[in-house]
Design a protein around this ligand. Sequence first.
Ligand code: HEC
Length: 121
Amino acid sequence: MANPVAGDPAAVRRGQGLFLQNCAPCHGAEADGRGPGSVGLRPPPADLAGPEVVPKHPDGWLYWRIAHGKRGTAMPSFAFSLSEPERWSIVAFLRSLQAGARPADSAPAPGAARAPLVSAH
Ligand code: HEC
């Protein structure tokens, strides 16, 4: 499912606030999985700022995880405590971390640095 608020700066800000309230206790304010409540959890909360989780899954998967939690882990379901728009805004926030957090993304695409010898137009 596509995120109806993808990339919307207001939704990203709202998602950040919701993340700090609801997720940071375990996943950490930096979303790196090292919140105060993460101590002793097995498995530990996922690193949501790094390359292993968020970039590898579509928005709908992240949304589903937030709604349903993850069985066998401390990850709770937020189906009743967060509305659908609130869950989507958290997904938009998590996506926005990726854009900024990975320097490789801001590097020019391979080939982009080679200026054409003759401009096409
Ligand atoms: C009580 C602690 C706790 C809270 C609160 C919490 N999480 Fe989690 N979360 C976990 C744990 C533990 C896992 C399991 C990590 C694993 O399976 O390796 C997890 C897993 C996840 C995953 C899936 C990672 C994967 O690879 O399967 C996502 C996405 C996620 N959390 C997002 C959130 C978001 C967004 C919030 C807030 C709305 C939140 N979590 C709140 C502890 C928490």
